[in-house]
Design a protein around this ligand. Structure first.
Ligand code: F6P
Length: 329
């Protein structure tokens, strides 16, 4: 049964680093809104496009055949200007001019901070959808794009293992996450890493060398160390240099996976997650809920206020850290 509501036109946008599954989420927002008799407008290039009035109607037909594509059909940007009220005011006036009643914003904590500021300044309502490969957001077990990124990294690590094995080499593989080690931890476990270095745990190069020496004494022929880009010792190149000085048993190489982690067709899990969250965001607006992030916890849809979602981070699971340590010994 369709719900009767006061929201006549919503805007949808993607902001911050893109993540595979954002398109699936845009589609879900548009199709759910259509189901409720609500019109959707697409805002291009996140808050930058809002400031520049880059918005137009996004009918249901326009989101056909995007479900399986990486990137975002609405484009994305990180807007510095939106931190200033003067630019937010301009963006707000464009939303009003285009008769947009509420927004669905897909992105990370920076995106939600922007939406929260719009609410504080002008009482403009938004619901946030977690879209980032980092999976670091408080209030949701999973973010859109994380699963796809994990699979991309694992595919790369498996390939690196082949050549590492062939040449008896030690590889330092750097994965994304300047503030978060979720990608590194999961792929390190799944990729059989000797060690996993993440921003959430202090790195000690001497301890790392001792771990590598133990492995070498046990006749390990090669090794993989997974490093999150935000590790406190300065990333894979810096750490590899320090290790090279004291540990000469293996020939050492570095591989930075970079932005391939952000692209590609979303996994089945990300498509379903994006579809559920996109629909849930429109449901929330119809139910007059706003200034919240929608998330999944224990398979259920939950809402978390923006000020909470942006204040805290998801925490690294100590059990997984312990598991990684045991399995690499
Ligand atoms: O937030 C997603 C993310 O991919 C991080 O993992 C990474 O540190 C950052 O974005 C890179 O951002 P940019 O594409 O702007 O260099």
């Amino acid at each position: 049964m369709k719900k009767i509501n006061e929201v006549k036109r919503i805007g949808v946008m993607t902001s911050g680093g893109d993540a595979p599954g954002m398109n699936a989420c845009i589609r879900a927002v548009v199709r759910t809104a259509t189901y409720y008799g609500i019109e959707t407008w697409g805002v291009r290039r996140g808050y930058e496009g809002m400031i520049e009035n880059e918005m137009e109607e996004l009918p249901s037909g326009d989101v056909g055949n995007i479900l399986q594509r990486g990137g975002t059909m609405l484009r994305s940007a990180r807007s510095k200007r939106f931190h200033e009220k003067e630019w937010r005011q301009k963006a707000f006036l464009h939303l009003k001019e285009n008769k947009i009643d509420a927004l669905v914003v897909i992105g990370g904590d920076g995106t939600f901070r922007g939406a929260h500021a719009l609410y504080k300044d002008f009482k403009f309502p938004s619901v946030g959808v977690p879209g980032t490969i980092d999976n670091d957001l408080f209030g949701t077990d999973l973010t859109i794009g994380y699963d796809t990124a994990l699979n991309t990294v694992i595919d790369a690590i498996d390939k690196i293992r082949d050549t590492a094995d062939a040449h008896n080499r030690l590889f330092f593989v750097e994965v994304m996450g300047r503030d978060a080690g979720f990608i590194a931890l999961r792929t390190g476990i799944a990729g059989g890493a000797e060690s996993i270095l993440i921003p959430e745990a202090k790195t000690n190069v001497n301890t790392l060398i001792r771990t590598l020496e133990t492995g070498f004494r046990r006749k390990k022929q090669f090794g993989i160390v997974v490093v999150a880009e935000g590790d406190d010792e300065g990333g894979a190149f810096a750490i590899a240099e320090k290790v090279k000085e004291k540990f000469t048993s293996y020939d050492i190489r570095v591989s930075i996976l970079g932005h391939i982690q952000r692209g590609g067709n979303p996994s089945c899990q990300d498509r379903v997650l994006a579809s559920r969250l996109g629909k849930g965001a429109v449901d929330a607006l119809v139910d007059k809920k706003h200034d919240v992030m929608i998330g999944i916890q224990n398979k259920n849809i939950v809402l978390t206020p923006f000020d909470k979602a942006t204040k805290y981070h998801q925490e690294i699971d100590p059990e997984l850290m312990h598991l990684a340590e045991i399995l690499s010994s």
